[in-house]
Each structure stands twice: as structure tokens, then as C-alpha cells.
Design a protein around this ligand. Structure first.
Ligand code: ZN
Length: 309
């Protein structure tokens, strides 16, 4: 607020004090930043900044509400979120985004929308064991149960943000053998597009946590083989499939760069590799572009909306 000289100054100061004393009065400004359009399958950033304190920021996107951390940033408070859309589920179109937060006793709601554009991903043909394309009837209950466990792991929502961008590398050498979004044909039969990046890795190569976090699920699953799910807060979960060894336990706190397992060829594979996935509030997105950018850079591609005055 700018104070003017003379009478205005006096009235301005009086108004200033009055507003200051009213519980819940919001005289300061807040800004929400998000993109107006984006590619399907790619992560985008959302932020909320304000020069005064606020509480309980949350973003609702694709039917999921993500709780955000509040941190000190520059002259005020800031919250960041990473969100995206899953190439397997989402069609092009406009999708609503809702940002909420509390200042004083008032809950603010900021509604926006993001136009999701189609991104062309190539296709690839793969040869795997026939049972990995059409599983036997006896394996179906196991596959269903594993689907429920993984869905629960991907619903994890912790308020503390433990991820930073860019992430740490999961392998010391990165060579992508199958990109995110590839349309896949297994033994001549089309299946869902690839929801992660496959990275070349000989059996026994150390796999490292790209973010600090907590292990929310480990298992030896039908398709994923030996796998680890790591929650890093605010809806960010990374997954590591086809491992030969798991070096962490469910509930364990993991530091960025810590070895969580050894790569292998368990589950549905054509050979040894690491399937590295990034899930943002239930949406698997391409993890690889994040290694070459940061939330700050992603936010520069967004539009800033002023919320209050
Ligand atoms: Zn894969």
C-alpha cells in the first residue's frame, strides 16, 4: 500500500490501521502462476506467492487435491507445485485448475484453466514372453491386487515438500532406450503408451533416489518386477521398476542420491533396464525434461494472476 501526503496520508494511515486490526482482513496481494496451455504428458509448475502469511495452500487438478508446503521466499511466502497429465488417460482440451489458501480467517479460491495440447509420441514394437501380453487366468488376482497397492501408493499426499529441481540422476550414465509416451505394440498387440522412461542399465547397476523422500511401497510385481515407490511430498512420487535388488524398506526415509536398489530385468522386460517413472498427483508424466530445467524456469512459461489487493 502506498501512503500519500496530506489528508490522504492521514486517511490512508487510518484505513491501514483499521484493516490491520480486523482479523481476517486481506489487504495484501497474492499471485498465482500457472500456464495457460501445455503439452499432454509434460510436467508444469504452479506457484502461489504472497507478501504476508497464508496457510493450507492446495491445488486441485484432474480430480486430485494437492496440498502444498509454505516456505519463506524473498520478501514473502511461496508455495510450489508440480503437476501434469498422463499420456495414457488425458485427451486434448481445457481442464480446470483451482488454487486455494487461507489468509486470516478467509479462504481464497482462484479458478483457472489450462488448455492441454496433443503431443505426438512415436511408437515402438517390442517382443516379450507371451504371458506378459496376455497373462494366464491364475495370475489375474495377483495383478489386480498389485494394481490396488500401486494405486494407493500413488495417492500418497504429504504436506512437506522434499523434492527440488532439477532432480538428481537415478543412474550415473543416462541413456534412454524407450521414451515416455511411446505407443507400444507388444508381440504385435497394441498396449497403453509408455508412462515412464526406460534407461539402459546392466544388471546390478546402482539406482539412486532423484529426490529425498519416504518409501511408500516396495514389491515384486507381475509387470513391474522388483519395484520401489518413493514419495517426495506435495503429490510427487517416483517409481523404479525391474530391479534385481531392493535396498530400502517401506516407511524408510531416503536422502537424495541414496542407493535404493540395483537395476535388473524382473517383470515385463525385453532385457535389463531401469523403468523410471514420475507420478504427479496420480498423473504419470515424462520425467526426463525435468533434468534440464527447474520450477523457476517452468514458472517463467506461466501466467501470473493477481488475487487480492
Ligand atoms: Zn518402461
Amino acid at each position: 500500500m502506498r501512503l500519500r501526503a496530506g489528508g490522504f496520508w492521514r486517511w490512508g494511515a487510518a484505513l491501514f490501521c483499521a484493516l490491520w486490526l480486523i482479523p481476517g482482513a486481506a489487504w495484501a496481494a497474492a499471485w498465482v502462476t500457472f500456464p495457460t496451455s501445455w503439452d499432454i504428458g509434460q510436467a508444469f509448475a504452479v506457484s502461489l506467492t504472497a507478501d504476508t502469511d497464508y496457510k493450507d495452500p492446495a491445488v486441485t487438478w484432474m480430480g486430485r487435491t494437492v496440498t502444498l508446503d509454505v516456505e519463506q521466499g524473498g520478501a514473502g511466502k511461496v508455495s510450489y507445485g508440480l503437476l501434469g497429465s498422463d499420456v495414457r488417460k488425458i485427451k486434448p482440451g481445457d481442464y480446470p485448475l483451482l488454487v486455494e489458501f487461507t489468509q486470516g480467517k478467509q479462504r481464497f479460491h482462484v479458478k483457472g484453466s489450462i488448455a492441454l495440447r496433443e503431443k505426438r509420441y512415436p511408437s515402438e514394437e517390442l517382443k516379450v514372453a507371451p504371458k506378459m501380453v496376455n497373462p494366464a487366468k491364475k495370475d489375474l488376482p495377483r495383478i489386480k491386487k498389485e494394481g490396488q497397492l500401486t494405486a494407493a501408493a500413488l495417492r500418497t499426499m504429504t504436506a512437506k515438500r522434499r523434492w527440488t529441481t532439477p532432480p538428481g540422476l537415478p543412474l550415473s550414465m543416462i541413456h534412454i532406450t524407450s521414451h515416455y509416451g511411446f505407443h507400444r505394440v507388444f508381440n504385435g498387440q497394441p498396449r497403453a503408451p509408455h508412462a515412464a522412461a526406460d534407461l539402459r542399465a546392466a544388471v546390478g547397476t546402482s539406482v539412486r533416489a532423484p529426490f529425498a523422500g519416504t518409501v511408500v511401497l516396495t514389491g515384486h510385481h507381475y509387470y513391474a518386477g522388483k519395484s520401489v515407490y518413493l514419495d517426495s511430498g506435495n503429490g510427487v512420487v517416483t517409481v523404479f521398476f525391474h530391479l534385481s535388488e531392493i535396498k530400502v524398506k517401506k516407511g524408510e526415509r531416503v536422502a537424495r542420491g541414496q542407493v535404493i536398489g540395483k537395476s535388473g530385468s524382473t517383470g515385463r522386460v525385453t532385457g535389463p533396464h531401469l523403468h523410471f517413472g514420475l507420478n504427479l498427483a496420480g498423473q504419470y508424466v515424462d520425467p526426463m525434461p525435468l533434468f534440464e530445467t527447474s520450477v523457476t524456469e517452468l514458472l517463467k512459461k506461466g501466467r501470473q494472476v493477481k488475487v487480492l489487493d
